[in-house]
Design a binder for this molecule. Structure first.
Ligand code: GLU
Length: 240
């Protein structure tokens, strides 16, 4: 187990991401990282070991941007290292992906991607997702993610960002938990409720096969064919 946090809103995303990941520390991890969007690019910061190592790196070299994704990793494919820590990028560096779970057919996907000219830089199953999204991307990130996840066997909770869509996180899940805290002018994607409670008590429960497009002003939930569906909302009564 391990954790995902995504943030889009007026705050500095890296602060919210590291704070949220700290709330998910109980899930265990061996490395941690964040990717934040600003000035048309993505800044990825990753560290092996304790979340404090990542926090320190971000304090030393602050990361701008109000949109980002963060991850604590419990390695299943590839040793715990900075190269294998999430977020993972595509070849162009325009896409960043965080993933909890296991892509069972990753070897086959790696071979296919490599044969099509993609250069994979880590040993993880996850990196295949970044390159699949890249290969299916034709301007609409949700469409690319929906086409990519159709190729995956196994379990996933995913957060995906693209520099062409600097206000958006696309989230998807199957057999791995993911919720979205619905705030006022800000939204927080997370593996579990404690990571969003500082910002909101209104939560969208994402179901298996669903794909959500999350901006600071809205959460649109879709089924696997990208038909819009009514989100399941939940009001959280309890406190941390
Ligand atoms: N299977 C992925 C990896 O080894 C994700 C592990 C996780 O859920 O943290 O990087």
């Amino acid at each position: 187990m391990c954790g995902i946090v995504g943030y889009t809103g007026p705050r500095r995303a890296s602060d919210v991401l590291v704070g949220g990941l700290a709330r998910l520390e109980y899930r265990g991890y061996d490395s941690a990282g964040v990717a934040c969007l600003s000035d048309g690019g993505i800044t990825v910061t990753r560290r092996v070991g304790r979340l404090d190592n990542l926090r320190r790196a971000i304090t030393e070299t602050p990361v701008a941007g109000g949109v980002g994704i963060g991850h604590t990793r419990w390695a299943t494919h590839g040793r715990p290292s900075e190269e294998n820590a999430h977020p993972h990028a595509d070849c162009s560096g325009s896409i960043a992906v965080v993933h909890n779970g296991i892509i069972e057919n990753y070897l086959e996907l790696r071979e296919e991607l490599a044969a099509n000219g993609h250069v994979l830089r880590s040993e993880t199953d996850t990196e295949t997702v970044a390159h699949l999204v890249e290969s299916y991307y034709e301007g609409d990130l949700a469409v690319a993610v929906s086409r990519a996840v159709r190729r995956l066997e196994g379990s996933y909770a995913l957060g995906v960002v693209h520099t062409d869509h600097p206000d958006t996180i696309v989230a998807a899940r199957k057999d791995s938990p993911l919720i979205i805290g619905a705030g006022e002018g800000e939204n927080v994607v997370a593996s579990d409720i404690p990571a969003v409670l500082e910002y909101t008590r209104e939560v969208v429960v994402l179901h298996d096969g669903e794909i959500a497009v999350v901006t600071r002003d809205g959460i649109a939930v879709h089924d696997a064919e990208l038909n819009v569906v009514e989100p399941e909302m939940m009001h959280v009564e309890w406190d941390l």
